[in-house]
Ligand binder design. Structure first.
Ligand SMILES: O=P(O)(O)O[C@H]1[C@H](O)[C@@H](OP(=O)(O)O)[C@H](OP(=O)(O)O)[C@@H](OP(=O)(O)O)[C@H]1O
Ligand SMILES: Nc1ncnc2c1ncn2[C@@H]1O[C@H](COP(=O)(O)OP(=O)(O)O)[C@@H](O)[C@H]1O
Length: 390
């Protein structure tokens, strides 16, 4: 496995990034605004004409906010990025530097201040990659904290923004009462998101993808089935077996470390992602990121991560999701092998064309990767809380 702490400059890989060069040269956006898609868009819209100062002349090399982040990142010097300070994430990264999981998380470099805001300085995981492809998978069967649920039960606070996001995806999803209020509570929204995506079935979901420095695709919210996810991995890796195999190996070693980890035993890992990164040269790696909702469990609880959650247990199902992810990738490798063998036989031209079409659609942002025979036609039985423990 390579891809860690490369020596070259971090690549610039988004369409918005390319637009940023032009805009920055025209002095319409600052490098800092370029650091996030949202910043870029806002700056472009307002047509501001200030310059800004590149940090350590290296803003252009900093890789940012790939898939989803409301402007939480900022450029730093080569090899590092800055993420808005959260005491929870900061404590996790500090603790992880002393844990067996250290090789699987971005290295932590303390806190820095920029323009009155505190940031966590951490390793840029895209450093050394050339036009990287990136996928963010959110892990676990539960994506909200027990505390959030308890608070919502005690004092329900229906939110209009979450209602709007819900109806945007499915106008039938809210109940009659929710339609009348035009608002839903956060746990209700999060549970619904789990149920329409693969989270509820598989314990992980794809949040976003970018392929070879292309634009960011986030249209995976309704992607539920293992088959759809396999197709997405095929598209994402362009059927490269070496990359798929590298991913599986990395996940297996991560899995072994997780089972030994003191940090993992004592933390409820909610809303954390695995970041898959690779490039055309075959550099590939997977990292654990986003510890903003990863919290220490009460002292008497030792978490297993491979059992169903019941309120009060703090279990998150992370290991079940990870096993399903590994199984899905292994099935993908098998599928790619079979496609290749058939192609050699001259009998798989149709299948190859399908993948090519899907790829085009994904790149154009039109994809809902289609299953051939409906939802959840899993090729194998997913591990779920209840049907198997590790
Ligand atoms: O993905 P969509 O459907 O947009 O829903 C988002 C994500 O779940 C966010 O998690 P993440 O940042 O991990 O993607 C979550 O932030 P939290 O992590 O703070 O729970 C948001 O909650 P609000 O920020 O409360 O809206 C929620 O609205
Ligand atoms: N250390 C890092 N190096 C490079 N890219 C990162 C790093 N951490 C996060 N990212 C990118 O930023 C995106 C959002 O990260 P995340 O930590 O989930 O932020 P948020 O908490 O704002 O959602 C990820 O999907 C990933 O593409």
């Amino acid at each position: 496995m390579n891809g860690r702490r490369g020596s070259g400059p971090s690549p610039i890989f988004f369409v918005y990034r390319r637009k940023c060069w032009t805009q920055e040269r025209a002095r319409k956006v600052t490098p800092q605004e370029c650091a996030s898609p949202r910043g870029f868009t806002d700056a472009r819209r307002s047509r501001e004409s200030h310059r800004g100062t590149p940090e350590d002349d290296d803003w252009g090399h900093t890789v940012q906010n790939v898939l989803h982040s409301g402007g939480n990142f900022k450029a730093s010097e080569r090899g590092h990025i800055l993420k808005k300070f959260s005491p929870i994430e900061n404590a996790c990264l500090e603790a992880l530097m002393e844990d067996i999981l250290r090789p699987y998380v971005p290295s932590y470099h303390g806190l820095v201040e920029r323009e009155g805001q505190t940031y966590i300085k951490m390793e840029d995981l895209l450093m050394g990659l050339e036009a990287p492809s990136i996928m963010d998978c959110k892990m676990g069967f539960r994506t909200y904290l027990e505390d959030e649920l308890a608070k919502a039960l005690l004092k329900p606070t229906p939110r209009k923004d979450l209602y709007n996001k819900m109806v945007a995806l499915d106008s039938q999803a809210p109940t009659l009462e929710e339609h009348l209020q035009k608002a839903v509570t956060k746990p209700r929204y999060m549970q619904w998101r789990e149920s329409v995506s693969s989270t509820a079935m598989l314990g992980f979901r794809i949040e976003g993808v970018t392929i070879e420095a292309g634009s960011v695709k986030k249209n995976f919210k309704k992607m539920k089935s293992r088959e759809q996810i396999m197709e997405t991995f095929v598209i994402f890796t362009k059927s490269r077996q070496d990359i798929l195999v590298a991913y599986v190996k990395r996940l297996e070693s991560m899995q072994a470390a997780l089972k030994e980890s003191e940090f993992f035993r004592t933390h409820e890992v909610i809303g954390s992602s695995l970041l898959f990164v690779h490039d055309r040269r075959g550099t590939a790696n997977v990292w654990m990121i986003d510890f903003g909702k990863t919290t220490v469990t009460p002292a008497h609880i030792s978490l297993r991560h491979d059992v169903a959650w019941e309120p009060g247990t703090h279990e998150d199902g992370y290991l079940l999701g990870l096993q399903n992810l590994i199984d899905t990738l292994q099935d993908t490798i098998q599928m790619v092998k079979e496609n290749r063998e058939e192609a050699v036989d001259g009998s798989a031209q149709e299948g190859e064309q399908t993948i090519g079409e899907n790829e085009k659609m994904l790149l154009k942002g039109e994809v809902e990767v289609k299953t051939t025979n409906g939802e959840n036609n899993a090729l194998m039985t997913p591990i779920q809380p209840g049907n198997r423990t590790l």
